[in-house]
Design a protein around this ligand. Structure first.
Ligand code: UD1
Length: 421
């Protein structure tokens, strides 16, 4: 077990290179199983969730290897359509392998996925779409056995909610379907566009990714390709929040500023001065963080739920009262009790509204990460707190954020990782 220890109140300065997007890398690794051949995936972040995806690929007969930030997947030997529960439980995105297996083999057997406990996180939209495409799904005590006795057929699917995972899973399964699949009310996140770019380079026919209606023509011959993962917009927003909380001025290199357009206005409202150029963003922290009157999480291009926790932490020391409304997940304020241990004054109403009364100072405390972004939020708060904060359960942070404490240290933070007994 390891902890991250941060002594706050050291302003950040300098630049940090942004990692590749976890939420792009995971569906693209699943997609690598749906094609036949070698995929070379650059800018693939070195994270425990990516390791988990590589383990699944290895289990089903692909060959994987990592060379720095490049992951190579040879899927030509893929021969298993069953993924054991121990691998499925390692992360939420394991469910995307079901779409990939259906596309590749016409069948798949998986158990319910794991991942951050930030809400109920059902997969009903994924499964009902597969059924509409002709899949027969039997739930044998949590084991989902999916087959398509008459083959998968392209279908017109309208999502009740623009679920990111369901959109990706349908895109994958539809690769193996006869005819065209049309997804209406599809998720529009940049990660969907990245997945479509990868699949198109593999020979798939996809139009509309990034818009609400996506069309996929199935049964194209798919081969591997070389692809570069987009930068991680959520980690970029985490660094911005870190700078705002600690003070100072930093540059985040390798960003795609267009992907950050939903979050930049919130940081500006808090008083940050942000300059964007093509591949770099600089942020200068305000002397005093201003409140944000009201902020609501929404599907892209709205404010991302994944950036909610870090902004909540940043606002803990703001001037005035801020209100944050979480509209995507039911259980996404689990960092709040931990922030309260540090002196924050935050009340959560109805599980989905956080009312933040900004306090003058936060104090270091022993706190625990409950999920990935909530864990990053504790680092944000710690950077602006007096004294030492010990963050426990940092395996959550390691699922999505590459070497957070060393990157912060390079920016001038007093941050370290220690092994515990
Ligand atoms: C993905 C991201 C996650 C992000 C989330 C929302 C990855 C690996 N993870 O998660 O970081 O927080 O998008 O931007 O990309 N829902 C259903 N039924 C379903 C599927 C989803 O009701 O079958 C609901 C969920 O409970 C949730 C909402 O839809 O309330 C959004 O979920 P979804 O967009 O599917 O999130 P994930 O793909 O799990």
């Amino acid at each position: 077990m390891e902890n991250i220890i941060i002594s706050g109140m050291n302003p950040l300065n300098g630049s940090v290179e942004l990692q590749g997007s976890k939420n792009s890398a995971l569906p693209i690794l699943a997609a690598a199983a749906a094609v036949d051949g070698i995929s070379i995936i650059h800018n693939c972040p070195d994270l425990s969730d990516v390791d988990a995806a590589m383990k699944i690929l290895d289990f089903i007969g692909c060959k994987t290897k990592r060379e720095g930030h490049t992951v190579i997947v040879d899927s030509s030997g893929a021969n298993a359509s069953r993924i054991p529960e121990r691998l499925m439980k390692e992360m939420r995105s394991s469910i995307l392998f079901l779409g990939a297996l259906l596309a590749r083999f016409g069948c798949g057997c998986v158990s319910a996925p794991g991942g951050c406990e930030i809400g109920l996180r059902p997969i009903d939209l994924h499964l009902s779409a597969f059924r509409s495409m002709g899949a027969v799904i039997e739930d044998n005590g949590g084991l989902l056995e999916c087959s398509a006795p008459l083959g998968l057929k392209g279908a017109a699917l309208s999502l009740a909610f623009p679920s990111v995972g369901a959109t990706e899973n349908i895109m994958l399964a539809s690769l193996g379907a006869d005819g065209e699949t049309v997804i209406t009310n599809a998720a529009r996140e940049p990660e969907i566009i990245d997945l479509a770019r990868f699949l198109s380079s593999c020979g798939a026919e996809i139009i509309g990714a990034g818009e609400s209606v996506i069309r996929i023509k199935g049964k194209a011959k798919l081969h591997g390709c070389e692809h570069r993962i987009i930068p991680d917009r959520i980690v970029a927003s985490t660094y911005i929040a870190c700078a705002a909380s600690a003070g100072g001025k930093i540059a985040v290199k390798g960003v795609d500023c267009a992907h950050l357009s939903p979050v930049i206005p919130a940081f500006e409202a808090a008083g940050c001065i942000i300059h964007q150029s093509e591949k770099e963003l600089t942020v200068k922290a305000p002397k005093k963080i201003s409140r944000i009157k009201s902020l609501r999480t929404m599907p892209y291009p709205g404010f991302p739920t994944d950036s909610q926790a870090i902004v909540t932490a940043m606002l803990a020391r703001s001037e005035g009262t801020s209100v944050i409304i979480e509209k995507i997940f039911e259980n996404r304020f689990r960092h709040v009790p931990e922030l309260i241990k540090m002196g924050a004054d935050i009340r959560v109403e109805d599980g989905c509204v956080a009312v933040i009364e900004g306090v003058e100072r936060l104090s270091g405390a022993r706190v625990g990460a409950c999920d990935l972004r909530g864990g990053c939020a504790l680092a944000v708060a710690a950077l602006g707190a007096e004294g030492e904060t010990v963050i426990e359960n940092i395996h959550h942070i390691d699922r999505g954020c590459e070497s957070l404490e060393s990157r912060l240290r390079e920016l001038g933070a007093d941050a370290k990782r220690i092994k515990t007994n």
